[in-house]
Every structure is written in C-alpha cells, then in structure tokens.
Design a protein around this ligand. Structure first.
Ligand code: CP
Ligand code: NVA
Length: 310
C-alpha cells in the first residue's frame, strides 16, 4: 500500500487534521490572486493522477478535487459510475485493483459506506471518501478551516446543528471528538444521528447534546450549521418537511446564537426550506468561503494521503 486511506476523519486523527488546516491556510495565502490553475511553487504531487468515481451527483467535490490536484502539480480523471463497468456490475474489488494499477489515488462518492471500505481493502493506493450515506469527512475539513479562518479556535467551540441527522452531521460529530468542540443537535423525533457517532465523540470528551428544541440547540452558539432536509438517495418521506419546519435556520432562530456567530451550509442549499434567504444571504453567512475552502482543504487531504503531511 502506497499512502493512507481517508474514509473517516478518525483515520487521520486530531493532530493530522490540525496539520491539514494549517497547511491549507499557508497554501491558500501563498497563492492569493493567482490564476486558479497555476501550480503551487513546490508542486508536491507532480505527476500524480487522481481517479474520481461518482455514483452520485456533485459540483463542489468534483471541481474542488480536480482543481486541488492540479494546483499540487498532478492531474485527475472523472469516472461517472453509470457509464463504467462498475455500473454494469463489475465488482468494487476488481475496480479497486484496476484503478490502483492506473492511478495514484482514488476518490469515490457513493451510497453504501461498505462499498468504500471494500474499495479501500482492495486498493493499493489511497482511497478518499468523497461522501457516502454515512459520512462526508472532506467537507468537514473545509468547514473547520472556514471556522478557524473566522478567528474561532476549535477547542471549546459551540456548534449548533439544525435539521436532519445525516452524513454531514456524522462527520461534524466525529470532528468534535477529535478537535474537542461541542455540538448541540436540534432534530425532530426520528431524525437523530447514529448513536455510534455520538457515543464515540462523547468518549473522546466532546459534549454532544440532542434536543427537540431548536432554540436550545442554537442558544449561545458560535457556529450554526444546517444541510438539506432530503439527502441524495433518500426517499421523500411523507411529513418529513413538516417535521423539519421548526428547525429552519432563520433570523428569529439566529438571534439566539452569539451575535458574532457564523452560518455554515455545505451546499447545495434549498433556500426557504432548511435556511431562510435573509440568513443565507446575510452577513453571518460564510457559505461561499466554505465552498472555496473545499479546494484548500482537499489539497491537505491529498497531501496527507500521500504521506506529505504528518
Ligand atoms: N458540499 C458538497 O459536497 O457539494 P457537492 O455535492 O456539489 O459535491
Ligand atoms: N447531506 C447531503 C450533502 C450533499 C453534499 C447529501 O448527502 O445529499
């Protein structure tokens, strides 16, 4: 095996995530105002090829990894799973072994987290989780970078999550345990995150609070986060949107957070559902910094996978 897999944030651990955030800030500062396709001065991934496999739609993950590897001196290719043999039933194991012979790293976005674990078992190059139904670790490296850039240290940070207990929330909870911050989660009955993420983060010392009261979730928060109420691949469950409605992030709810609180959303957003237009477009929203930071964060993830960050 050449390099390291990044399936979950815990694969890297807290020290490596801190190193990723630092490196991302340094590289971002060093290329300010450069054309986006210009290679970083040290071209640390010169000649490396990243194969990206998509079994679900993507804008940010696809573009950010493509630009990230180019800025590091490498190149990428995209496999739309439906038009590959994977889409006709070739096994994940064989796909992993073939791609390992042809590319230097694999990024995959899929549904079942078990598939990405199987890919990692059979690949001999790094496998990166570009989102599964269970988690979205690459997104959260970008989110943490965004929060730190806003002058908010991670230890002791109070993060509020509103809405669905989904893949993005799972990775936030995992990050809380690793980076020592707290999460207050406001979800309707039936939409809690998986217990395993909550108990593991608590064991690592994070305070994770589950509530049905959106105001309790947001009160005094430094950062307020939400995501779509219906994730890719989910059925439109009857009454789900009605159950979610009290958890919409709007100005009335934001008024309970700290006055300097920031609003995050991984995007794509459904303005008028999980977030009101005034919050999404308002001064506390840093969602487009967060989106840009996918590039800088994904560069750090790639460098870590190749053993070029501690
Ligand atoms: N936030 C995110 O992962 O966006 P995409 O689905 O566009 O990749
Ligand atoms: N929870 C969302 C995130 C999209 C980036 C989904 O899985 O569709």
């Amino acid at each position: 095996m050449n390099g390291r897999h990044f399936l979950n944030l815990a694969d890297a651990g807290g020290d490596a995530i801190a190193a990723m955030i630092n490196d991302a800030q340094d590289r971002k500062a060093a290329r300010r105002d450069w054309p986006k396709g210009r290679v970083d001065a040290d071209a640390p991934l010169d000649g490396r090829v990243l194969a990206m496999v998509f079994e679900k739609n993507s804008t940010r993950t696809r573009v950010s990894f493509d630009i990230a590897i180019r800025q590091l001196g490498g190149s990428s290719l995209v496999l739309d799973a439906a038009s590959t043999q994977l889409g006709r039933g070739e096994s994940v194991a064989d796909t992993a072994r073939v791609l390992s012979r042809m590319a230097d790293a694999i990024m995959i976005r899929t549904d079942d987290h078990g598939k990405i674990e199987e890919m990692a078992r059979h690949a001999t190059v790094p496998v990166i989780n570009g989102l599964t139904d269970r988690s979205h670790p690459c997104q959260i490296v970008a989110d943490l970078l965004t929060v730190v850039e806003q002058g908010k240290p991670l230890p002791g940070l109070e993060v509020a999550w509103l809405g669905d207990g989904n893949n993005v929330l799972h990775s936030i909870i995992e990050a809380a345990g690793l980076m020592k911050f707290n999460v207050r989660i406001g979800t309707p009955q039936g939409y809690d995150p998986e217990d395993a993420f909550v108990s593991e983060a608590r064991e690592r010392g994070a305070r994770i609070t589950l509530t049905r009261d959106p105001v309790e979730a947001v009160a005094g928060a430094d950062v307020v986060v939400t995501d779509t109420w219906v994730s890719m691949g989910q059925e439109h469950v009857h009454n789900k949107l009605a159950a979610m409605a009290p958890f919409q992030v709007n100005e009335a709810l934001m008024a309970h957070a700290r006055p300097d609180a920031r609003f995050l959303h991984c995007l794509p957003a459904h303005v008028g559902e999980e977030v009101s237009e005034d919050v999404f477009e308002g001064p506390q929203s840093v969602v487009f910094d967060e989106a840009e930071n996918r590039i800088h964060a994904q560069k750090s993830v790639l460098l870590w996978c190749f053993g070029l960050l501690p």
